[in-house]
Design a protein around this ligand. Sequence first.
Ligand code: C2G
Length: 146
Amino acid sequence: MKRVLTYGTFDLLHYGHIELLRRARAEGDCLIVALSTDEFNALKGKKAYHSYEIRKRMLEAICYVDKVIPEENWEQKPSDVRLFEIDTVVMGDDWKDDAHFTAALNGLCRMTFLPRTPGISTSDIKKDLKLQKPVDGVSQLPGEPE
Ligand code: C2G
């Protein structure tokens, strides 16, 4: 059983994300997605349109995704790889020179950096839709506590 792990915010899910997940899943037998929490996004200087819970449910509906875990900080990657016995971490190639991956995971697992899908990004979508500020489209999901 070859286990693959990837990280990301996956906000306003688009075909660039789907293409990444499809190719990541093809690198093994199961794919775990470490999804950036809202708090970690704040550390990354990002504010997602959708809450963590909504982004998690959208990812869980994708056939390529087997499990979604929270990404809460930069430092958790080595322990994630050990805990889930990961063979390969897959990211878009915009991360290929980032020490949070290369230095942190060197020797622990394989790393694959895939070409990003051109012409699409969450920030471009926001710009094109002239979203002035992130609004959580659905304030809470049915069954979520008030
Ligand atoms: N991606 C892609 N093509 C695009 C847009 C994104 O291949 N057109 C990839 C990115 O390279 C990344 C993944 O899709 O591997 C998720 O992208 P984001 O949600 O933007 O994630 P990011 O903000 O890069 O967070 O610790 C790492 C971070 O959590 C990654």
